[in-house]
Design a protein around this ligand. Structure first.
Ligand code: UDX
Length: 439
């Protein structure tokens, strides 16, 4: 099947290459010439395990191409909209300008009988508006909403092996037609018997924001418990293990620490609250404001802890920050808790050196006033405190004895509860963590 993918960012580029892998003839379209040139060469414009290989494999098969002109989408049976929906500047609401411009550009090529499929995360109600617009301008075309649940770091696996397929469909026969086309697109995935939910537009749009809100709530719940552990001397890691054995609760997404960041969870809960307000249902989501507050308080607590271990003042203290990406296996620094903490430490007078295996280049561009080091050893040279703020495997695997030779004071703060506390303490380090007793 001929497929067009509008928007070749994280979501779109992975989706385009994955659809080609499923055997379709795919063209990816993006307005960013630099990004398109990289994709055409087989270079991944972002760090994502397995993506580079998949991209080059799909390009070599001849089934995948990229371009900047929407005219290349002409004749596609399905047009996926995969553009970003960032947070509006200074507001909670999502910025839909890229969705609107993608939809408008599609009007140049869309023909009756073709299907537009939205994958972007949008405020509930967006699909119905777009369906009305396409219905009026291109009668006979159809629209479906098919949210994507991929995680950064697992994007390829999540796209090719999703745990569910959600189709938001128009009513009646049009819905059956759209579902049949989507089943054909996802043929090999459908054949594996993956659970499928066929529903209306509003439910499909909400599945995505509800899922991300639930995940954010789970993280903030355990971080609220961490605050209590800090007040009582309890251990949040053992608490999470113990409640996680109850399979109604589950242990996943109960890792206490510096909290959530990235391009999805923070902005999605805020956009959900904003949309609920517009719909007169804001009370239903006031708890998400607290989820956000708990999350932001962890960053402040981390800075306090750093000040505490540095004998009450950060002024002139050398602090090594290990990790800049919002999570490991990613070079994404959007709303990164680690960089937020690094900047606060610097504001309070600390001499901060940040390192990350993948995200230094992006960090330098967005946070040019911070100092960067290529390796943890370089960052920690003569440090008064070492903070582990993104749990890269490289940092979990550090040898605390050898690492102790580099620093000025052996003081480590484990912002992700990722280190082997006993090993660090045995090597003579003073160990502090969020939600756990220190050594
Ligand atoms: C998330 C959703 O998981 C995914 O389904 C959706 O499609 C996009 O948003 P992603 O942003 O890639 O994916 O990251 P995720 O793995 O969910 O982590 C989000 C943040 O939560 C990270 O900053 C991570 O460090 C933090 N986190 C995660 C915790 O603090 N504790 C946990 O237990 C889990």
């Amino acid at each position: 099947m001929r497929i067009a993918v509008i928007g070749c960012g994280y979501l779109g580029a992975v989706h385009a290459a994955s659809m080609a892998e499923l055997g379709h003839e795919v063209v990816g379209i993006d307005v960013d010439e630099r990004k398109v040139a990289m994709l055409c060469r087989g270079d991944a414009p972002f760090y994502e395990p397995e993506f580079g290989e998949l991209l080059r494999h799909s390009l070599a098969s001849g089934r995948l191409s990229f371009g900047t002109d929407v005219a290349d989408a002409a004749g596609a049976r399905v047009h996926f909209i995969c553009v970003g929906t960032p947070q509006k500047h200074g507001e909670y609401a999502a910025d839909l300008r890229f969705v609107r411009s993608a939809a408008e550009s599609l009007l140049e090529v869309l023909e009756p009988g073709e299907l537009v499929v939205g994958k972007s995360t949008v405020p509930v109600g967006t699909a119905a508006d777009l369906a009305a617009m396409f219905g009026e301008k291109v009668p006979g075309s159809l629209l479906a909403w098919n949210p994507e649940f991929l995680r950064e770091g697992f994007a390829v696996r999540d796209t090719l092996h999703p745990d569910r397929l959600v189709y938001g469909l128009p009513a009646g026969e049009d819905g059956d037609t759209a579902a049949a086309v989507l089943d054909e697109v996802y043929g090999p995935i459908v054949a594996r018997g993956i659970p499928q939910v066929r529903t209306d537009y509003a439910t499909a749009e909400m599945v995505k924001t509800a899922a991300n809100s639930f995940l954010a709530t789970k993280i903030s719940f355990i971080n609220a418990m961490a605050e209590l552990c800090e007040a009582t001397g309890g251990d949040v890691k053992l608490l999470a293990d113990a409640i996680g054995y109850d399979d109604r609760i589950g242990r996943k997404f109960l890792n206490a620490g510096l909290g959530f960041g990235g391009g999805c969870l923070p902005k999605d809960i805020r956009a959900f609250m904003a949309r609920a307000g517009e719909l007169g249902a804001d009370q239903a989501l006031t708890f998400l404001r607290e989820v956000d507050n708990i999350n932001m308080r962890r960053r402040i607590r981390m800075v306090e802890l750093a000040r505490e271990v540095c004998d009450g003042s950060l002024l002139g203290k050398r602090v090594a920050v290990l990790g800049a990406a919002f999570k490991p296996d990613s070079d994404d620094i959007r709303d990164s808790p680690a960089l937020n903490v690094a900047a606060q430490l610097q504001l309070q007078g600390a001499v901060v050196r940040v390192t990350d295996p993948a995200a230094v280049e992006n960090s330098r561009r967005e946070w040019p006033h911070l100092d960067y080091a290529a390796t943890p050893e370089e960052a920690a040279e003569r440090a008064d405190a070492v903070l582990v703020l993104t749990e890269w495997k490289q940092y979990r695997d550090l040898d605390p004895a050898a690492f102790g030779e580099i620093v000025n004071r052996k003081r480590v703060l484990d912002g992700r509860n990722a280190l082997d506390r006993d090993a660090w303490v045995a090597a003579g380090w003073s160990y502090r963590a969020l939600g756990r007793r220190g050594s």
